[in-house]
Design a protein around this ligand. Structure first.
Ligand code: AHM
Ligand code: MG
Length: 362
């Protein structure tokens, strides 16, 4: 079957969108149904990945419930601890971290978990004291958490790999230090004006919106794809004077009047939300290295790789300015990298600017 976006859909569920790009009510497909339907993409699948995605769906609903209460109960503000990177943890960071870890452990479907909020990875031991599962999960349980206190969208980002250590043995750090090209699935949950779960298993990107009254995610954004051209650039311009020269020049290029420029600037300061908007409307997100953050701020494993996988599946591109994000070989769990993600042509333009001004400092 060929969808109205011109691409071929290969599964049983058939989706037709109306001229205004909406799915009609009588076609509502739940996330649970969709996951089962798409299991056919993995011919020898045993259902474990489906079960894993279902546990993420469950945790997302629990976190959504708590995020929505922020302001009413004592859940906003700082927790008492800092994470391994010396950053102040928010109460909701800690809560979301616990909920996702618990949901994954309870179903006994993963052998290891690494989280932005944990110092090291977790080796998951089953009730039989064995470690017989094959998937590992890396996650940022609540990204953009500095936005919680002011009622601005935050998100959860997750990334799934197959272990490389032998089944039955404890996981090792190498299981987590795999390049992004090895990802089996990745996605995010955005707790925004509505709550959405967006994910890919390498066969396109699909978005599901939570009906809060029923507690059910419905397919609302099938086959998500960047528009051909983008006009939005998203960067924290407050750091302008710390940026490398190529990035300063790119920002000036976006602001110049010529052709379809000036572009428009939108920056929420919540990667998931900025990326989500740019994927729908067309744009690019930038978090460069700078004199303040010599390696960039965002984490390769928890933020950049999963978002890069989604971007590529949606026809976009993700780069550290010089190389494809998903081909970088991670060296440590909490590694940071410069990050440029969005419309392919916009990311390529940034790479050209970086190359041209690489040797000049300011
Ligand atoms: P966090 O994981 O500690 O929340 O940090 C990641 C967030 C991204 O969501 C966001 O795009 C970026 O940090 C904002 O950083 P800044 O405030 O420096 O612009
Ligand atoms: Mg984060």
């Amino acid at each position: 079957m060929t969808s109205d976006t011109g691409r071929t859909e290969t599964t049983g569920i058939q989706i037709t969108k109306s001229s205004d790009n909406q799915i009609t009510m009588n076609q509502l497909i739940t996330l649970g149904e969709f996951i089962i339907d798409r299991q056919a993409h993995f011919p020898y699948s045993t259902g474990e990945l489906s079960s894993l995605l279902n546990s993420i769906r469950l945790a997302a609903k629990v976190v959504n419930h708590e995020v929505n209460k922020a302001g009413l109960v004592d859940i906003i503000g700082a927790a008492e601890n800092e994470n391994i990177q010396g950053e102040q943890q928010q109460k909701l960071d800690v809560f979301a971290n616990k909920v996702f870890i618990q949901a994954l452990i309870n179903r006994e479907i993963v052998c290891g978990i690494a989280s932005e909020e944990e110092d090291s990875y977790i080796n998951v031991v089953g009730k039989d004291k064995g470690n017989n599962n094959k998937y590992i999960v890396l996650m940022d349980p609540l990204d953009g958490s500095s936005n919680i206190d002011v009622n601005v969208s935050v998100g959860t980002i997750f990334s799934i790999y197959r272990r490389i250590s032998p089944v039955g043995k404890p996981v090792t750090e190498d299981d987590f230090l795999q390049p992004g090209v090895n990802q089996i699935a990745a996605g995010y949950v955005i707790y925004g004006t509505s709550t959405m779960l967006v994910y890919t298993t390498g066969h396109g990107v699909n978005g599901f919106t939570l009906n809060p009254a029923l507690g059910v995610f419905y397919l609302s954004h099938p086959d998500m794809f960047f528009p051909d051209k983008g006009k939005i650039y998203s960067i924290n311009e407050g750091n302008y004077r710390h940026f490398p020269k190529g990035i300063k020049k790119y920002i000036k290029y976006c602001q110049e009047e010529e052709g379809d420029r000036p572009y428009t600037s939108r920056y929420i300061g919540s990667l998931v939300s900025d990326f989500h908007r740019n994927m729908i409307k067309g744009g690019v997100y930038l978090y460069p290295n700078s004199s303040r953050y010599p390696n960039g701020k965002l984490r390769l494993l928890y933020e950049c790789n999963p978002i890069a996988f989604l971007a590529e599946q949606a026809g976009g591109k993700a780069s550290n300015g010089k190389q494809r994000i998903m081909e970088l070989k991670p060296e440590e769990l909490h590694q940071r990298v410069p990050f440029y993600v969005g419309n392919k042509c916009m990311v390529e333009k940034i790479e050209k600017y970086i190359k041209k001004y690489d040797r000049e400092r300011t």
